[in-house]
Design a protein around this ligand. Structure first.
Ligand code: GLU
Length: 470
């Protein structure tokens, strides 16, 4: 491990740094820090004729609000400490974006690339059955979602298994989020985390005072961005940055890293990787020393979007970015955080920046509980109101809009429009909240501490409101 601290201890350390700036008493702080329930399971699955014993976890960090919420990852790095750390980050993440859930996380210790689709389905269904047996899943109990190594496919196996074990439960669809749209998912969930990363950084880049403080020009246009990890989050974030006029000057993946100061076209790179099995060799790019070298490229914004602990005390000194946006959970060790702070690099913390996923999961869960698609009730009504407005403007001005302008002005919102707008609003409000705490006192040195202060206050307050301390 690259740090003195385990991942969970790192989260505790960041928590302890922020706690003195909150109004919450010591006993409640200790309760907020603790993981409420840790379920470790081992179950057998027959793979290629042999029985394999699979190790898996589900951790519910905080029950101050129910259900608890958080993804399930498939990775060989899964262990109890990691899942506990990720579950606790989920508590603070949900609080910072005002999503009314406690935090949870799950993990299965497998390398999904080594299994066939059939075997992955067996493992996922068995894991779900284990969760059902112990009452660790349900729309009002604990609602998983995708994470590293999982996606909509796994979520559809989970909802199907849950449905067959709990027949007739009217809200069963809300037992998991990140489902395919045809299975109760919501439009916009796939790209939500990457889009949230983009909205969060965009808001910061439009904040002229903060940008001045960092010695940068406001705005995203022309900003040099480096992305580590081209999974769902990294790819989507890169795509939104590129579409907004930023240049992707470096990319790191597990097979190697590449750079091109004039900008890398992200879709062409993805197509190249699909064909050749690697990003290395993509036209116009230089191959760098190893698969983490791109992290050290000179750039404005560095986006680590893969796993934890990729920036540690060894490489932190060599980081040349001005802003680091934590799209992954826990990509920076506490020792590295101190070094980066001293260098004046601004770290935008994971619990805020990658909260887009759980925010849109919340929208999906609401959709499942209300049994109606977003926009279904109001789309036509909005269109008829808009038509009346357009007609009045035309009458008053005596001028006519073109057919194209007219259809743009009249169009009522689709589900994806509402999801994007809800997500953007959420990221902007949270940014403002963190910023105001960060700017309030010189002693709150960084955005991570400010974000923790906001979250701890909210979670602490709801514990107090629960009145469970007679
Ligand atoms: N796995 C994602 C995260 O770490 C999403 C969690 C969710 O949607 O519940 O935030």
């Amino acid at each position: 491990m690259a740090s003195h601290y385990s991942f969970f201890e790192s989260v505790e350390r960041n928590f302890d740094k922020a706690a003195p700036f909150t109004k919450i008493e010591k006993g409640i702080l200790n309760q907020i820090k603790a993981c409420n329930s840790v379920y470790r399971m081992k179950f057998p699955v027959r793979v290629n004729g042999k029985i394999e014993v699979i190790e898996a976890y589900r951790v519910q960090h905080s029950h101050h609000k129910l259900p608890v919420k958080g993804g399930i990852r498939y990775s060989m790095d899964v262990n109890q400490d990691e899942v506990m750390a990720l579950a606790s980050l989920m508590t603070f993440k949900c609080a910072i974006v005002n999503v009314p859930f406690g935090g949870a996380k799950g993990g299965i210790k497998i390398d999904p690339r080594k299994y066939s689709e059939y075997d992955l389905e067996k493992i996922t269904r068995r894991y779900t059955a284990e969760l059902v047996k112990k009452n660790f899943i349900g729309p009002g109990i604990d609602v998983p979602a995708p994470d590293y190594g999982t996606g909509a496919r796994e979520m559809s196996w989970i909802v199907d298994t849950y449905n067959s074990l709990r027949p007739g439960e009217v809200d069963a669809m809300g037992c998991v989020t990140g489902k395919p749209v045809t299975q109760g998912g919501v439009r916009g969930r796939t790209e939500a985390t990457g889009l949230g990363v983009f909205y969060g950084i965009k808001e910061m880049c439009n904040d002229a005072d903060v940008m001045k403080m960092l010695g940068m020009e406001a705005g995203l246009d022309g900003k040099k961005v480096v992305i580590q990890g081209l999974g769902n989050v990294g790819y989507n974030a890169a795509k939104f940055f590129q579409d907004a006029g930023a240049l992707i000057v470096g990319v790191a993946e597990y097979e190697g890293s590449i750079a091109d100061a004039s900008g890398i076209n992200i879709d062409k790179l993805m197509a190249y990787r699909k064909k050749n099995g690697s990003i290395v060799g993509f036209k116009g790019t230089n191959k760098l020393k190893d698969n983490t070298a791109a992290l050290e490229l000179p750039c404005d914004i560095l986006i680590p979007a893969a796993l934890e602990n990729v920036i540690d005390k060894k490489n932190a000194k060599r980081i040349k970015a001005k802003i680091i946006g934590e799209a992954a959970n826990g990509p920076i060790t506490p020792e590295a955080d101190v070094i980066l702070n001293k260098k004046g690099i601004c770290v935008v913390p994971d619990m805020f920046l990658n909260a887009g996923g759980v925010t849109v999961s919340y929208f999906e869960w609401l959709k499942n509980l209300s049994h109606v698609r977003y926009g279904r009730m109001e789309k036509r009504y909005s269109e008829s109101t808009n038509s009346k407005f357009v007609a009045s403007i035309e009458k008053m001005t005596g001028q006519k809009f073109s057919a194209k302008q007219k259809s743009r002005l009249i169009q009522g919102p689709e589900e994806a429009d509402l999801v994007y707008s809800g997500l953007e609003d959420t990221m902007i409000s949270s940014y403002d909240e963190i910023r105001s705490i960060w700017m309030r006192s010189k002693r709150i040195e960084d955005m991570r501490t400010a974000a923790f202060v906001a979250s701890i206050n909210k979670v602490g307050l709801s514990y107090m409101e629960l009145g469970i301390f007679p």
